[in-house]
Write a protein that binds this ligand. Structure first.
Ligand code: CUA
Length: 324
């Protein structure tokens, strides 16, 4: 008895994907709004074609029973088989091409470089006139009402930067730099995801985009640009970090730790998530992660530290979580 309702349930299931922080239908930026509109226009075009072609099929099945003039058959084929698709598809093409310049518009000052790594995102902010970047990871902060240019690069394999609530999707390809620009219109937190299969933990390569009012963004960037706070250097956590050799892979700006293999940890506790969007940024999660990263992210480059003294590990995690 429920069988006839199956298509309806399936439809509801599909529609349930239309909300949430990673939806094309819940936009927080002008680029995404344009793409949403493009989708609806294309859907309308597809509906016109579908109805037109099926109408012609129906008509043909009706008239085939009786004799029809050759001229009418030719009119049907030319009008329905050639004319209708050409008109609809040309209109869609022209509309699609007309929004492309907007999607590739240059930024107005701030520049970001996002580099895909297995399996996380290196994020570098280049404010106008800056000589060195402000480095972060797995989180893209953007000012609302301004167009930010994003350079997309990769060091190992191809990844893809997909942030449907704010804009399109662009591949990150080793050996070249792709570009996109985004203009958020709404303050909020949005989810992005790697959209090109890049290895074992591809599905666990997420990120967050946080859109802020311009002044708030400026204040955040100024804080983020500072090196490790002096008081953090005298804490026990810093001694453990140094003794364990964490600085070989991770950087703490302004200290001897200058590793570039893994994410910059100067302000790691200020990020909303850990391990590229898959864990909350808490001391407990940090402890579990450092002890055995591969348990959360198969194929991760970071080795496990299960040999560490549990108290020292907890101290280190708590210290890292406090780096805001
Ligand atoms: Cu990176 Cu998939």
């Amino acid at each position: 008895r429920a069988a006839p309702l199956l298509p309806a349930w399936a439809g509801l299931l599909v529609l349930s994907g239309c909300e949430g922080p990673q939806s094309v239908f819940r936009t927080g930026g002008s680029d995404a709004a344009q793409l949403e509109h493009l989708f609806l226009v294309m859907l309308a075009g597809a509906v016109v074609l579908w109805l037109g072609i099926n109408g012609l099929f129906y008509y043909a099945s009706r008239v085939s029973a009786r004799p029809v003039s050759r001229a009418r058959v030719e009119a049907l084929i030319l009008g329905g088989g050639v004319g209708l698709p050409v008109v609809v598809l040309t209109a869609l093409l022209v509309y699609g091409l007309s929004i492309m310049p907007d999607q590739r518009a240059p930024g107005d000052g701030l520049r970001l470089r996002v580099t895909g790594e297995q399996f996380w995102w290196r994020v570098e902010y280049w404010p106008e006139g800056a000589e060195a970047p402000v480095v972060s990871a797995n989180e893209v902060r953007l000012p609302v009402g301004r167009r930010t240019e994003i350079e997309l690069a990769a060091t190992d394999v191809i990844h893809s930067f997909w942030l449907p609530a704010l804009g399109g999707k662009t591949d990150l390809i080793p050996g070249r730099v792709n570009r996109m620009s985004l203009e958020p219109t709404e303050v909020g937190t949005w989810r992005g995801q790697c959209a090109e299969f890049c290895g074992l933990s591809h599905a666990l390569m997420a990120f967050q985009a946080i859109t802020l009012e311009e002044a708030e963004f400026g204040a955040w960037l100024a804080r983020e640009a500072q090196g490790l706070a002096p008081e953090a250097r005298t804490a026990e956590g810093y001694a453990i970090f140094t003794a364990q050799g964490c600085g070989g892979c991770h950087a703490l700006r302004g200290t001897e730790a200058r590793g570039t293999v893994g994410p910059d940890l100067t302000h790691v506790g200020g990020r909303a998530t850990l391990a590229a969007g898959i864990l909350p940024m808490t001391a407990d999660a940090l402890t579990d992660w450092i002890r055995d990263p591969a348990a959360f992210k198969p194929g991760v480059e970071m080795p496990g530290y299960d040999h560490m003294d549990p108290d020292e590990l907890a101290t280190l995690a708590l210290w890292l979580e406090g780096l805001r």
